[in-house]
Structure formats: structure tokens, C-alpha cells
Design a protein around this ligand. Structure first.
Ligand code: CA
Ligand code: CA
Length: 286
């Protein structure tokens, strides 16, 4: 089985900056985003910045002043990609892609059924400036892991590209092989692909694990609602119960800056989660 040419890992962007401590009396100025793309189609990209219904969007433009995804490589597992498209050319890595359909090192969209990968690549990382649009991470790099579907596809192609996910920082999979949410990686049909996903989650990014987007996941879901097997992150957490009974930062409501209002919201959310966890695992909630 042939795999993509080069493993690439750059963990420098995952280092956490030390917090900036301010005196309690300090007032944070309210500043809007200064990076506003001048791409001609940006005003129509309501999912990034909704001009008609403000706030009904991804709330991402404020992040771009500090971070646009520079230094992160996203693997697009999908059909072929028109990487000569002016929105994509600047961010596409032709030296890292792999085509499991044609068994070559070029994931260019060469057939009429190759349209999907180009669209998905643009949503992820269409570059600032050139073309018409921008992606949610316009500074990130992308590379293509081409597969076919229907008569042009096979489980061997899928398994190969699931293995190749270990060579990128983030992997995107906007597809299903057997219908919406029909792919069951616990079955024999998908067993090899499932093992490859687990491998990427364990060894990608130099051992930090490739970040693999989970379709169908919602922020309100608890892990055991995903139907996935629990992989203990620590000997002290052999099941989901310990982290559920000790709610942590992952339960925090989204807030840009701490203040009295969202601190109360946080406390209330943690109380709700703790009550739910205790009820689920038969523990007293007092
Ligand atoms: Ca090819
Ligand atoms: Ca662009």
C-alpha cells in the first residue's frame, strides 16, 4: 500500500501562550476585527460574517487578527481538488498530496465527479486576496487525499487515506461511504479504516494526535452519546464517569472575556452538568 510521501508535523502553533494578567480595575477596550477580507465574494459568505442577521455566523472574524491558521496543514479526504483555482493555489501543497483512486501523488480533480473536494477545500482554507472567497482558516495549508465514490471508490482507498491522516495536523472528511451517518467503523467492512483513524489520532502531530473532525457531533453532546469507544486518556479515567463527575474547562460556556455575568453562567452550567452526571452514574449530587 502506498502512502503519502512526507510526514509533516509542526506543533509550534499549539503551544499555549502564558496569560496576560491585568489588575482587577483594568477595563478591556472593545475592539472590532481589523482584518476584513477584500475578496469580492466575502460579503456573501454569511457563514463567516452575517451582514443580514448579525451574529448568526461562526463568530470567527475576530480571531483572524491574531490567527488565520498559519502553520497548520489540513488534509482534505475527498474527491479530487482543482488546486489551480485562484482561491486555493496559494495554500495547496502539491508535494504532500496522495491520490488513492489513481494510485499516484497528484490529487488534481481530473474527472467530472471530482467537484466536491474543491468546494470543501475552499470552505476550509480559501486564501485571502486571490479569487473570490476566503476559508474559515485562510492562512492554513491544505493537501488532498483523493478517493472515489460509487463505482470509482473502494474500501481500500478509504483505508489508505485514513492512514495518511497521520501525516497532517487536521483531517477533514466531508463524506459518508454508505449513506448519511451509515459508516460503522466497528464493523468488519470498516475495521481497517477504523484502526487507521485510531492510529492517526494516536501518532499524528508527533504523538499529539491528528485532529479529526467528527461529523454529526454537537456541542451539547456528551462523549458517550457519540457511540464511540472510550479510550482512557489516563489510568485515573478508565471510564467516562470520573471526568463527568469533575466537570472541567470543556464544559465552559463560550465567552470572550470573563465577567460577572458569564461567571454565573459558567457556575450554573457546571451545576447542571454535575447533577446530570451524578444521576447518570448513580452518585449523590450533593
Ligand atoms: Ca491523480
Ligand atoms: Ca480568496
Amino acid at each position: 500500500m502506498k502512502l503519502a510521501k512526507t510526514a509533516r508535523t509542526d506543533v509550534s502553533n499549539y503551544l499555549i501562550k502564558p496569560p496576560i494578567l491585568l489588575p482587577e480595575s483594568a477595563v478591556m477596550p472593545s475592539l472590532g476585527p481589523t482584518l476584513i477580507p477584500d475578496d469580492s465574494g466575502f460579503s456573501s459568505q454569511w457563514h463567516l460574517n452575517n451582514l443580514i442577521f448579525p451574529g448568526i455566523d461562526l463568530n470567527v472574524t475576530g480571531v483572524w487578527d491574531e490567527y488565520t491558521g498559519i502553520g497548520v496543514l489540513v488534509g482534505i479526504v475527498d474527491t479530487g481538488i482543482d488546486y489551480n483555482h485562484p482561491d486555493l493555489a496559494a495554500n495547496y501543497r502539491t508535494d504532500l498530496d496522495y491520490d488513492a483512486r489513481d494510485l499516484d501523488f497528484d490529487s488534481f480533480a481530473s474527472l467530472s465527479d471530482d467537484a466536491h473536494g474543491t468546494v470543501v477545500s475552499g470552505v476550509v482554507a480559501a486564501a485571502l486576496g486571490d479569487g473570490d472567497a476566503v476559508g474559515v482558516a485562510p492562512g492554513a495549508e491544505i493537501t488532498g487525499f483523493r478517493v472515489g465514490f460509487g463505482a470509482g471508490g473502494s474500501m481500500a482507498q478509504i483505508s489508505t487515506q485514513m492512514q495518511n491522516m497521520a501525516t497532517v495536523d487536521v483531517a477533514n472528511n466531508s463524506w459518508s461511504y454508505s449513506g448519511y451517518f451509515g459508516d460503522d467503523f466497528a464493523t468488519s467492512t470498516f475495521a481497517a479504516a477504523g484502526a487507521a483513524i485510531r492510529n492517526a489520532a494516536e501518532i499524528g502531530r508527533g504523538g499529539l494526535g491528528t485532529v479529526i473532525r467528527m461529523d454529526g457531533w454537537r456541542r451539547s453532546m456528551l462523549f458517550d452519546e457519540t457511540g464511540l469507544p472510550w479510550i482512557p486518556p489516563s489510568p485515573n479515567m478508565p471510564t467516562l464517569a470520573p471526568p463527568m463527575l469533575h466537570p472541567g474547562p470543556c464544559t465552559r460556556p463560550r465567552a470572550r472575556r470573563p465577567n460577572a455575568g458569564n461567571q454565573r453562567q459558567l457556575a450554573a452550567a457546571e451545576r447542571r452538568l454535575r447533577r446530570a452526571a451524578c444521576a447518570r452514574y448513580g452518585e449523590p449530587s450533593a
